[in-house]
Write a protein that binds this ligand. Structure first.
Ligand code: GRF
Length: 203
Protein backbone atom coordinates (compact mmCIF):
# COMPACT_ATOMS: atom_id res chain seq x y z
CA UNK A 1 0.00 0.00 0.00
CA UNK A 2 1.17 3.49 -0.87
CA UNK A 3 0.93 5.98 2.00
CA UNK A 4 1.10 9.75 1.74
CA UNK A 5 1.53 11.70 4.98
CA UNK A 6 0.48 15.34 5.42
CA UNK A 7 2.24 17.39 8.09
CA UNK A 8 2.55 20.97 9.34
CA UNK A 9 5.14 20.65 12.07
CA UNK A 10 7.48 18.44 14.01
CA UNK A 11 6.54 15.19 12.33
CA UNK A 12 6.98 12.79 15.23
CA UNK A 13 3.96 10.78 14.04
CA UNK A 14 5.39 10.79 10.52
CA UNK A 15 8.57 9.29 11.96
CA UNK A 16 6.62 6.64 13.86
CA UNK A 17 4.75 5.70 10.67
CA UNK A 18 7.91 5.48 8.56
CA UNK A 19 9.65 3.39 11.23
CA UNK A 20 6.68 1.02 11.45
CA UNK A 21 6.69 0.56 7.67
CA UNK A 22 10.41 -0.15 7.71
CA UNK A 23 9.94 -2.71 10.49
CA UNK A 24 7.23 -4.41 8.41
CA UNK A 25 4.48 -3.58 10.94
CA UNK A 26 2.45 -1.82 8.26
CA UNK A 27 1.79 -3.47 4.93
CA UNK A 28 2.85 -0.37 3.05
CA UNK A 29 5.39 2.35 2.58
CA UNK A 30 5.42 6.11 2.86
CA UNK A 31 5.85 7.26 -0.74
CA UNK A 32 5.43 10.97 -0.17
CA UNK A 33 5.26 13.69 2.48
CA UNK A 34 3.44 16.98 1.93
CA UNK A 35 3.67 19.99 4.25
CA UNK A 36 1.75 23.26 4.12
CA UNK A 37 4.59 24.91 6.02
CA UNK A 38 8.06 25.27 4.50
CA UNK A 39 9.67 25.16 7.97
CA UNK A 40 8.02 21.94 9.17
CA UNK A 41 10.63 19.90 11.04
CA UNK A 42 9.21 16.67 9.68
CA UNK A 43 10.41 17.57 6.18
CA UNK A 44 14.01 17.08 7.31
CA UNK A 45 13.13 13.66 8.49
CA UNK A 46 11.55 12.67 5.17
CA UNK A 47 14.59 14.00 3.33
CA UNK A 48 16.95 12.00 5.54
CA UNK A 49 15.04 8.84 4.69
CA UNK A 50 15.02 9.63 0.97
CA UNK A 51 11.24 10.03 0.84
CA UNK A 52 9.99 12.58 -1.70
CA UNK A 53 8.62 15.65 0.03
CA UNK A 54 6.68 18.59 -1.23
CA UNK A 55 5.75 21.95 0.28
CA UNK A 56 2.46 23.55 -0.62
CA UNK A 57 2.35 26.81 1.28
CA UNK A 58 -1.27 27.72 1.93
CA UNK A 59 -0.26 31.40 1.98
CA UNK A 60 0.45 31.17 -1.74
CA UNK A 61 -3.22 30.45 -2.46
CA UNK A 62 -6.17 32.80 -2.53
CA UNK A 63 -8.31 30.68 -0.23
CA UNK A 64 -9.24 27.24 0.96
CA UNK A 65 -10.76 26.06 -2.32
CA UNK A 66 -7.70 26.72 -4.52
CA UNK A 67 -5.36 25.43 -1.84
CA UNK A 68 -7.32 22.21 -1.43
CA UNK A 69 -7.48 21.75 -5.22
CA UNK A 70 -3.69 22.05 -5.43
CA UNK A 71 -3.29 19.79 -2.42
CA UNK A 72 -5.53 17.13 -3.94
CA UNK A 73 -3.48 17.25 -7.14
CA UNK A 74 -0.20 16.91 -5.24
CA UNK A 75 -1.57 13.95 -3.29
CA UNK A 76 -2.96 12.18 -6.36
CA UNK A 77 0.42 12.53 -8.08
CA UNK A 78 1.77 10.06 -5.50
CA UNK A 79 -1.05 7.61 -6.37
CA UNK A 80 -1.74 6.80 -2.72
CA UNK A 81 -3.93 4.07 -1.29
CA UNK A 82 -4.07 5.88 2.03
CA UNK A 83 -3.60 9.52 3.05
CA UNK A 84 -2.59 10.14 6.67
CA UNK A 85 -3.00 13.52 8.35
CA UNK A 86 -0.28 13.72 10.99
CA UNK A 87 -0.38 17.11 12.68
CA UNK A 88 -1.70 18.74 9.52
CA UNK A 89 -3.10 21.99 10.87
CA UNK A 90 -5.47 23.00 8.09
CA UNK A 91 -9.22 22.64 7.98
CA UNK A 92 -10.07 20.80 4.77
CA UNK A 93 -13.02 21.69 2.53
CA UNK A 94 -15.89 19.19 2.22
CA UNK A 95 -15.08 18.73 -1.48
CA UNK A 96 -11.53 17.69 -0.63
CA UNK A 97 -12.66 15.34 2.13
CA UNK A 98 -15.27 13.71 -0.09
CA UNK A 99 -12.68 13.07 -2.79
CA UNK A 100 -10.57 11.06 -0.34
CA UNK A 101 -13.22 9.62 1.97
CA UNK A 102 -12.40 6.09 3.01
CA UNK A 103 -8.69 6.52 2.45
CA UNK A 104 -8.14 9.60 4.63
CA UNK A 105 -7.18 9.20 8.30
CA UNK A 106 -6.36 11.70 11.04
CA UNK A 107 -4.86 11.45 14.50
CA UNK A 108 -6.48 13.72 17.07
CA UNK A 109 -5.05 14.32 20.56
CA UNK A 110 -8.10 13.43 22.66
CA UNK A 111 -10.44 10.59 23.43
CA UNK A 112 -13.03 11.56 20.82
CA UNK A 113 -15.84 12.50 20.91
CA UNK A 114 -14.44 14.52 23.80
CA UNK A 115 -12.41 17.62 22.98
CA UNK A 116 -12.66 18.14 19.28
CA UNK A 117 -10.61 21.08 18.03
CA UNK A 118 -7.55 22.72 19.58
CA UNK A 119 -5.89 22.85 23.03
CA UNK A 120 -7.12 19.39 23.95
CA UNK A 121 -4.53 18.70 26.66
CA UNK A 122 -5.17 21.99 28.47
CA UNK A 123 -8.92 21.48 28.27
CA UNK A 124 -8.71 17.94 29.64
CA UNK A 125 -6.57 19.21 32.55
CA UNK A 126 -8.89 22.14 33.26
CA UNK A 127 -11.85 19.75 33.41
CA UNK A 128 -10.10 17.52 35.95
CA UNK A 129 -10.18 14.47 33.67
CA UNK A 130 -8.44 11.42 35.11
CA UNK A 131 -7.95 9.87 31.70
CA UNK A 132 -6.93 11.35 28.35
CA UNK A 133 -5.47 10.08 25.11
CA UNK A 134 -5.60 10.10 21.35
CA UNK A 135 -7.84 8.81 18.58
CA UNK A 136 -7.30 7.77 14.97
CA UNK A 137 -10.37 8.26 12.83
CA UNK A 138 -11.55 8.32 9.25
CA UNK A 139 -11.95 11.92 8.14
CA UNK A 140 -15.40 13.16 7.21
CA UNK A 141 -16.43 16.75 6.50
CA UNK A 142 -17.33 17.20 10.17
CA UNK A 143 -14.19 18.43 11.97
CA UNK A 144 -12.76 15.65 14.19
CA UNK A 145 -16.13 13.93 13.79
CA UNK A 146 -15.47 10.89 11.59
CA UNK A 147 -15.71 7.30 12.86
CA UNK A 148 -12.98 6.32 15.30
CA UNK A 149 -10.77 3.37 14.37
CA UNK A 150 -8.70 3.08 17.52
CA UNK A 151 -7.84 5.00 20.69
CA UNK A 152 -4.94 5.10 23.12
CA UNK A 153 -5.60 6.00 26.77
CA UNK A 154 -3.19 7.57 29.22
CA UNK A 155 -3.74 8.54 32.86
CA UNK A 156 -3.84 12.18 33.92
CA UNK A 157 -1.58 12.48 36.98
CA UNK A 158 -2.15 14.86 39.88
CA UNK A 159 0.91 16.99 39.15
CA UNK A 160 0.51 17.05 35.36
CA UNK A 161 1.11 20.20 33.38
CA UNK A 162 0.02 20.68 29.80
CA UNK A 163 3.58 19.78 28.76
CA UNK A 164 3.80 16.58 30.79
CA UNK A 165 0.36 15.40 29.75
CA UNK A 166 0.92 16.13 26.07
CA UNK A 167 4.30 14.35 26.18
CA UNK A 168 2.65 11.24 27.66
CA UNK A 169 -0.22 11.35 25.16
CA UNK A 170 2.13 11.82 22.22
CA UNK A 171 4.19 8.80 23.19
CA UNK A 172 0.98 6.83 23.03
CA UNK A 173 0.19 8.38 19.63
CA UNK A 174 3.40 6.95 18.22
CA UNK A 175 2.16 3.42 18.89
CA UNK A 176 -1.45 4.18 18.06
CA UNK A 177 -1.13 5.66 14.59
CA UNK A 178 0.98 2.84 13.10
CA UNK A 179 -1.35 0.25 14.66
CA UNK A 180 -4.47 1.87 13.23
CA UNK A 181 -2.90 2.53 9.83
CA UNK A 182 -1.73 -1.08 9.78
CA UNK A 183 -5.28 -2.35 10.27
CA UNK A 184 -6.53 -0.24 7.39
CA UNK A 185 -3.59 -1.20 5.13
CA UNK A 186 -4.23 -4.88 5.73
CA UNK A 187 -7.91 -4.41 4.95
CA UNK A 188 -9.06 -5.51 8.40
CA UNK A 189 -10.78 -2.21 8.94
CA UNK A 190 -12.52 -0.65 5.99
CA UNK A 191 -14.56 2.44 5.35
CA UNK A 192 -18.18 1.44 4.92
CA UNK A 193 -20.44 4.43 4.32
CA UNK A 194 -21.21 6.15 6.68
CA UNK A 195 -19.03 4.34 9.21
CA UNK A 196 -16.47 1.52 9.26
CA UNK A 197 -16.36 -2.23 9.02
CA UNK A 198 -14.01 -4.37 11.13
CA UNK A 199 -13.30 -8.01 10.34
CA UNK A 200 -14.02 -8.97 13.96
CA UNK A 201 -10.92 -11.10 14.55
CA UNK A 202 -9.06 -10.38 17.80
CA UNK A 203 -6.46 -7.63 17.54
C1 GRF B 1 -0.14 15.37 17.43
O1 GRF B 1 -0.28 15.52 18.80
C2 GRF B 1 -1.47 15.10 16.76
O2 GRF B 1 -2.38 14.45 17.58
C3 GRF B 1 -1.97 16.48 16.47
O3 GRF B 1 -0.84 17.23 16.14
C4 GRF B 1 0.31 16.67 16.77
C5 GRF B 1 1.34 16.44 15.72
O4 GRF B 1 2.60 16.13 16.24
N1 GRF B 1 -2.98 16.42 15.44
P1 GRF B 1 3.77 15.66 15.28
O5 GRF B 1 3.96 16.73 14.21
O6 GRF B 1 3.38 14.35 14.65
O7 GRF B 1 4.97 15.53 16.13
Amino acid sequence: QRLVVLISGRGSNLKALIDACERGEINGQVVGVISNRPDAGGLEFARARGIPEQVLNHRDYAGREPFDAALAGAIEAFEPDLVLLAGFMRILTPGFVERFTGRLLNIHPSLLPKYRGLDTHARALADGETEHGASVHFVTPELDGGPVIMQARVPVLADDTEASLSARAQQAEHRLYPAAAGLVCSGRIQWSEPTIRYDGAPL
